[in-house]
Design a protein around this ligand. Structure first.
Ligand code: KG4
Ligand code: ZN
Length: 353
C-alpha cells in the first residue's frame, strides 16, 4: 500500500445490510456492517420499509465506526462510492442520498456503482487485481448470473452476461428450502450447517436446465424453482407417511443439486470462452460445499478459482469501495451529483454516468 493510492469510502444499502467500507487501493482498511436481518426474520423475508428505516438509523454510526477502524477522518477520503442499484428502491435511496451529502460537503467525486459488479470486484481486496478476462459466477439472494468480465469497470461492454437464472436466484432457493425445513431466515448459512451432518447422495434431486434439450437453449442459464418444488413434494410425502423429514439429508442433497449445477455451468462457460480464471461472488459464494466443489472440478481443467472469504461474499461496503477504487485507478469519469437510485439496474451498467 502506498500513500498515493486513492482512499475510497464505499456505501452499501441495497438490501438489509448497511455497509461502509474504506480501502486504500486494493487494501482493505475497514469494513463496518450493521444488519437489520433480525428485524425481518419473523416475516421470513426482507421487509423493504423496515430495511430503509434501519439504514437511516445505522448510517451515521456505521460511517463513524468505519473511519475509526481505518484510523482516518472523512477529510482524508479521496472519493465516495455507493451502490446505486440494483436492490430495494427505498433502501438504495438512503445510501445514495448519504453518499451525495458526503461528496458535496467534502468536495470529493462520487461513483455510483453496480452492486453485482461490486460482488466481483471485492475479491481484489483478498487476491489482488482480477485477471481480465475472468468468468464470474455471481450468486446472491436476488441474482444468479454467469458473466464474462473483460473490464470490471464495465468500460466498452466489460461485463458481459452469458447466462442467468430464468426463475429463482440461487440464494432465494436456499432461503425457501430452509423455510420449508423449519430453519431460520436467511436460510443459506443454516442449510450449509445442517448439510454437514447429512448425506449429499441420500436424495436424487433434479438438476435444472441440464437435459440435452434444455442445454440447446439454456446452456449457461439456471433454474431453481423446479428443484425447490421437488424438495417441497419430497418433504410433504415423507411427513404424510408419518415420519419427520430428515433435515440434514434433505439439506445436503438439495445443496449438492444447487452446487453441482452452478459449478458445472460455470466451468462449461469458462472452457467454452477459453477463460482460465473463475471468480465466485455474492452471498451464496460463502457456501462451503460450493467452494470445495468448484476448486475440485476446476483444478482438473486447469482453471483457477478465486472466492473471497465468506465475510466479503455477503453484502458489505468494502466491495463498493473496492470497485470505486478501481474506477479511480482507471480514470473513469465520476458520476453526476444527481445520480439516481435504480432498483432494476442491469448488470452491464457498472458505473452511473
Ligand atoms: O449477496 P447477498 O448477501 O445479498 C444479496 O445481494 O442478495 O446474498 C444473500 C443470500 C441469501 O439468500 C443467503 O441465504 C445466501 O446469500 N447465503 C448463503 C450462505 N450464506 C449466505 N447461501 C448458501 N450458503 C451459505 N453459506
Ligand atoms: Zn449482494
Amino acid at each position: 500500500m502506498t500513500r498515493d493510492e486513492p482512499l475510497v469510502l464505499g456505501i452499501e444499502t441495497s438490501c438489509d445490510e448497511t455497509g461502509v467500507g474504506i480501502v486504500r487501493g486494493h487494501t482493505l482498511l475497514a469494513d463496518a456492517v450493521a444488519s437489520s436481518v433480525e428485524q425481518h426474520a419473523r416475516f421470513g423475508g426482507v421487509v423493504p420499509e423496515v430495511a430503509s428505516r434501519a439504514h437511516l438509523e445505522a448510517m451515521v454510526p456505521t460511517i463513524q465506526r468505519a473511519c475509526d477502524t481505518a484510523g482516518v477522518t472523512l477529510r482524508d477520503v479521496d472519493a465516495i462510492a455507493v451502490t446505486h442499484g440494483p436492490g430495494l428502491a427505498g433502501a438504495l435511496l438512503v445510501g445514495v442520498a448519504s453518499a451525495k451529502a458526503l461528496a458535496l460537503s467534502l468536495g470529493k467525486p462520487i461513483y455510483g456503482v453496480n452492486h453485482l459488479a461490486a460482488h466481483v470486484a471485492v475479491d481484489q481486496l483478498e487476491h489482488g487485481p482480477l485477471p481480465e478476462p475472468s468468468l464470474a459466477l455471481l450468486v446472491s439472494g436476488g441474482h444468479s448470473s454467469l458473466l464474462k468480465v473483460t473490464d470490471i469497470t464495465g468500460h466498452d461492454g466489460g461485463v458481459d452476461p452469458l447466462g442467468a437464472t430464468i426463475d429463482d436466484a440461487a440464494g432465494e432457493a436456499f432461503d425457501k428450502v430452509a423455510r420449508l425445513l423449519g430453519l431460520p431466515f436467511p436460510g443459506g448459512p443454516h442449510i450449509d450447517r445442517a448439510a454437514r451432518e447429512g448425506n449429499q447422495v441420500a436424495i436424487d434431486f433434479p438438476r435444472g436446465l441440464t437435459s440435452r434439450r434444455d442445454l440447446e437453449r439454456h446452456r449457461f442459464d439456471f433454474s431453481f424453482s423446479g428443484l425447490k418444488t421437488a424438495v417441497a413434494r419430497w418433504v410433504e410425502a415423507r411427513e404424510r407417511s408419518g415420519e419427520p423429514a430428515p433435515v440434514a439429508d434433505v439439506a445436503a442433497s438439495f445443496q449438492e443439486a444447487v452446487c453441482d449445477v452452478l459449478v458445472r455451468k460455470a466451468l462449461d462457460a469458462a472452457a467454452s470462452e477459453g477463460i482460465e480464471h473463475l471468480m465466485i461472488g455474492g452471498g451464496v459464494a460463502a457456501n462451503s460445499r460450493l467452494r470445495v466443489l468448484a476448486e475440485e472440478r476446476a483444478s482438473k481443467l486447469g482453471i483457477r478459482v478465486r472466492v473471497p472469504r465468506p465475510g466479503l461474499c455477503t453484502d458489505n461496503g468494502a466491495m463498493v469501495a473496492a470497485l470505486g477504487a478501481t474506477m479511480v485507478e482507471r480514470g473513469r469519469t465520476p458520476s453526476p451529483l444527481d445520480l439516481p437510485a435504480d432498483s432494476s439496474l442491469p448488470v452491464t451498467e457498472v458505473l452511473a454516468g
